[in-house]
Write a protein that binds this ligand. Structure first.
Ligand SMILES: Cc1ncc(COP(=O)(O)O)c(C=O)c1O
Length: 424
C-alpha cells in the first residue's frame, strides 16, 4: 500500500489526500521499499527493513510513523543530529548560488575550508574528495609519492594494523587487514604489511629500509572500538621521525569531534604527516579531505591527483558550517562529558548483566563487548524498542550517536538496553 505523509512536530504524521498529496514526497511502506531495493539494488548490504524518512535532532521516524532514538548516527556521520537548522540554512543558501564549478576554477569556500581545517589540525595543506576511502587513497598516494621521489623507487611500503579498516576502494582495501572484506578481490595492491594494533615494538621492528609510512586509526572503529595504550600514537610519531617515514592517521570515523577533541590524535598531542577526514565533516553531505604536512605538501605537483566533485562550493560551505559548530571548546567539552556519563552508565549495566564482557570508549565513540555472538539479536530487539544501535564483529555493540545527545537521551537508551539484555 502507498500513502502520502507529512510530518509535523505538533501533529505527528498526517496522511495527505487531494491536491496536497502532490506537494509531499510519497513514501512507500517498509515492505514495499525492501522489495524494491532487493530487486533493483545490488545486495551489498544486509539492510534493516525500516525506511527512515524524517529526522529531527536525535530522533528519526520511519515511513510507518514509528519514532526512534538514534544512537547509530548514520555510522558516525550525523554528528549534529538530523536536520540541523544551521546546516539546512547554508545548504539552501549555497544551492541558490553555486553547487559545482570544477577545481579548474578558484573556489572561495574551498580556500576558506582548507584554511580552517589546517588551522584546527596543525597540518599544512588540504586535498578535497568525497568519501573516507578517497581520503585514505589520497593519503596512500601522497605517502608513496613522497617516499619514491625522495628515497627511491622501492620506498613505498606502508605499515598498517591488524584488524584495521580504511575503506573499500582497492588501495584502502589493501590497507584494510580484515579477511572478510578482502576475500575475493585479489590481487590487492602490494606494499602493505600488518602488525598488531597498539604494539609499538612490533611497529618499530616492521619498519624497514623501504617503508614510506605507518597508517593507523587512532582508535579502531570497525575493528571493534579498540583503544590503544596512551603512549601508542606518540610512540609511532617517534618511530616515524627516527626512521624517516611518514605517520598517517585515519581520522575518518573518530575525527570531527567524536572523541571529545576535534581530532582523536589531539588527545596525545600528535600531529601526523597525513590525515584522512570524512564522515561527519559534511554533517551528512559527502565530503572527504586529506590533510598534509609541509614536508609532504612540498612534493605535490599539479596533475598528480584530482577529483571532479572534491571540494565543490556546496560541500565546502556545509563543512565550514559544521566545523564552526563542532570545533567550539564548549561543544567538545560536552561531548567528553556526555561520553564519560554514557560509559559510566554502561559499566553499571555491566554489573547487572554478565553478558557484557567489557565497556570501552572515548567521548562518544563507545563499544560494549558481549561475551556471546548476540550483537545482531540485541540490535534487532533495540530496534523493536525504538532505539537504533549498531553491532560489529558479531558481539560488539557500537554506539556512535549524534554528538548533541544529552544525559536524558543516554538514560533512555541505557534503560532500553537494560530491558533487552535482561531478555537475552
Ligand atoms: C576509519 C575508516 N576509514 C575509512 C572509511 C571509509 O569511509 P567511506 O565509507 O566514506 O569510504 C571508514 C568507513 O567506515 C572508516 O571507518
Amino acid at each position: 500500500m502507498r500513502f502520502c505523509s507529512r510530518y509535523s512536530p505538533t501533529k505527528g504524521w498526517e496522511r495527505l489526500s487531494g491536491r496536497n498529496k502532490f506537494k509531499q514526497r510519497i513514501h512507500r511502506n517498509n515492505a514495499e521499499n525492501t522489495a524494491l531495493l532487493d530487486r533493483y539494488v545490488l545486495p551489498t548490504y544486509a539492510r534493516t527493513p525500516v525506511t527512515l524518512v524524517h529526522g529531527e535532532g536525535v530522533w528519526v521516524w520511519s515511513a510507518d510513523g514509528k519514532k526512534y532514538l538514534d544512537f547509530f548516527g548514520g555510522l558516525a556521520v550525523d554528528n549534529l543530529g538530523h536536520a540541523p537548522p544551521r546546516i539546512k540554512k547554508v545548504l539552501a543558501d549555497q544551492a541558490g548560488h553555486l553547487l559545482h564549478c570544477s577545481n579548474v576554477f578558484t573556489i572561495q569556500e574551498q580556500a576558506e575550508l582548507a584554511e580552517k581545517l589546517v588551522t584546527l589540525s596543525g597540518m599544512h595543506q588540504a586535498f578535497f574528495c568525497n568519501s573516507g576511502t578517497e581520503a585514505v587513497e589520497a593519503c596512500i598516494k601522497f605517502a608513496r609519492y613522497h617516499g619514491v621521489k625522495n628515497f627511491g623507487a622501492e620506498h613505498y611500503e606502508i605499515i598498517v594494523a591488524e584488524n584495521s579498516f580504511h575503506g573499500r576502494t582497492l588501495g584502502s582495501l589493501s590497507a584494510t587487514m580484515q579477511k572478510k572484506y578482502r576475500d575475493g578481490f585479489g590481487p590487492l595492491v602490494p606494499g602493505f604489511k600488518a602488525v598488531p594494533f597498539g604494539d609499538l615494538t612490533a611497529a618499530s621492528n616492521a619498519v624497514g629500509p623501504d617503508t614510506c609510512a605507518i597508517l593507523i586509526e587512532p582508535i579502531q572503529g570497525e575493528g571493534g572500538v579498540n583503544i590503544p595504550p596512551a603512549d601508542y600514537l606518540p610512540g609511532l610519531r617517534k618511530i616515524c621521525d627516527e626512521k624517516n617515514c611518514l605517520l598517517v592517521l585515519d581520522e575518518v570515523q573518530v575525527g570531527v569531534g567524536r572523541t571529545g577533541k576535534l581530532f582523536a590524535g589531539q588527545h596525545s598531542g600528535v600531529v601526523p604527516d597525513l590525515m584522512a577526514v570524512s564522515k561527519a565533516l559534511g554533517s551528512g553531505f559527502p565530503i572527504g579531505a586529506c590533510l598534509a604536512s609541509k614536508k609532504v605538501a612540498d612534493s605535490v605537483k599539479p596533475g598528480m591527483h584530482a577529483s571532479t566533485f572534491g571540494g565543490n562550493p556546496l560541500a565546502c560551505r556545509v563543512a565550514l558550517e559544521t566545523l564552526s559548530i563542532v570545533a567550539r571548546e564548549s561543544f567538545l567539552k560536552k561531548v567528553a562529558e556526555t561520553g564519560a556519563y554514557f560509559i559510566a552508565q554502561l559499566k553499571k549495566l555491566q554489573k547487572k548483566h554478565s553478558i557484557i564482557a567489557e565497556v570501552r570508549g572515548l567521548g562518544l565513540m563507545i563499544g560494549c563487548e558481549l561475551n556471546r555472538e548476540t550483537g545482531v539479536q540485541v540490535v534487532k530487539e533495540c530496534l523493536q524498542e525504538g532505539l537504533l544501535i549498531n553491532a560489529i564483529q558479531g558481539k560488539i555493540l557500537r554506539f556512535v550517536p549524534p554528538l548533541i545527545i544529552n544525559k536524558g537521551h543516554v538514560d533512555r537508551a541505557v534503560k532500553i538496553l537494560d530491558r533487552v539484555l535482561a531478555g537475552i
